[in-house]
Write a protein that binds this ligand. Structure first.
Ligand code: TXA
Ligand code: MG
Length: 333
């Protein structure tokens, strides 16, 4: 029960009700946790200036404290509360992609609690392109720190129901605005070093970034104490083992007693009915459609008690880089 609101934990309210967003803003302001939609995935939000509230986020997600949070802002006035200095490249990227699914890692303001940034001298910040997220931040009157609203390591949530399934007993309120339009997390670019560095591929593509800042350095995957734990090789993972097929159209040989799921982005063939479950992410191979459906489909398949999931790869261009990144992390174990 939330002391302020008397609502049971995990209450879901429609974000189309302005009173629900006002209430959510008050919960954030008084140190509580609100799950809210963004264009990418649902976030688990708290007041970014409040270390006690941030501690609740880590506890709710069972997230290791070396893994810093992204701070979400509604306007450029709030940027000054979060970021210490802004290099010219940062200005250019913000002009090109904000509000939108691009997170920038920049020198931090001392007022941001160390827990939010895992003791780093930098902070990750983004301005989401989602009216509910923006209204919530304005109602709260403070930047909102929010990781994806899932237990650490599991597939990110793209619906309010996904949040309730994973964190229903820890979050004070869940704002529901239907499925997230993009479906994979933001792209993370660090501007804290001598050169811009891509820390996590996401829905702003490398090609899009390059049009603004030229070639961008890409960090290799590491296994512990990563700069961006999106870099942990096993992350975004289903409980069911997942294998990526060698190419689209290829099918695995199945053992008699195996219950196997197939995740594809092409037409199912007549013989695909031998699989226990077949999900088509996009019949035409449209990358945006694949991204939008990816996490919900992985979760659905993961709930079927299958022995294994096989997934078709997609071409690694544009949004396909982020999609393949998430599939590979899901497959790593
Ligand atoms: O689309 C998104 O980015 C979603 C929505 C809710 O905004 N959020 C999200 O948050 O995906 P999360 O916590 O699941 O991933 C945040 C990533 C982590 O990999 C974290 O390590 C990295 O951001 N990060 C945060 N602060 C950082 C910093 N100062 N330096 C490097 N990486 C940082
Ligand atoms: Mg996450």
């Amino acid at each position: 029960m939330d002391a302020e609101t008397n609502l049971p934990k995990g209450t879901v309210l429609s974000a189309s009700d302005a009173a629900a967003i006002r209430l959510a803003g008050r919960i954030i302001k008084t140190g509580g946790l609100v799950a809210f939609p963004t264009e990418t995935v649902y976030g688990l939000g708290c007041d970014a200036m409040n270390a006690d509230a941030a501690a609740k986020v880590f506890e709710a997600k069972q997230r290791p404290q070396f893994d810093p949070l992204i701070v979400h802002i509604a306007d450029l006035k709030q940027l000054k509360m979060v970021v210490g200095s802004l290099p010219a490249l940062g200005q250019q990227l913000m002009e090109a992609f904000w509000p939108g699914p691009l997170t920038l890692v920049l020198p931090k303001q001392p007022a941001i609690p160390d827990l939010i940034t895992a003791g780093l001298s930098t902070v990750a910040v983004r301005m989401p392109n989602h009216s509910v997220a923006q209204t919530l931040i304005r109602e709260a009157g403070t930047p909102i720190a929010a990781p994806s609203a899932n237990p650490f390591g599991y597939v990110s949530p793209t619906t309010a129901q996904h949040v309730a399934d994973g964190l229903g007993n820890t979050v004070d309120l869940i704002l529901d605005d239907g499925p997230c339009p993009v479906g994979v997390e933001s792209t993370i670019v660090s501007l804290a070093g001598p050169q811009p560095e891509l820390l996590r591929p996401g829905s702003i593509t490398i090609e899009q970034l390059s049009t603004v800042i030229g070639a961008i350095h890409q960090t290799a995957t590491v296994n512990h104490k990563p700069i961006a734990p999106g870099q942990l090789s096993r992350h975004y993972a289903t409980r069911t083992p997942l294998t990526i097929l060698a190419s689209a159209g290829i099918r695995p040989i199945l053992k008699d007693d195996e219950r196997v799921g197939l995740l594809i982005h092409s037409q199912a063939s007549d013989t695909d009915n031998r699989f226990a479950a077949v999900e088509v992410l996009s019949a035409t191979g449209d990358l945006r459609e694949i991204a939008r459906h990816l996490f919900a489909t992985l979760r659905r398949m993961d709930s079927l008690g299958l022995d294994r999931i096989y997934a078709e790869p997609c071409q690694e261009e544009g949004l396909g880089v982020a999609i393949m990144d998430r599939l590979r992390r899901c497959a790593a174990r």
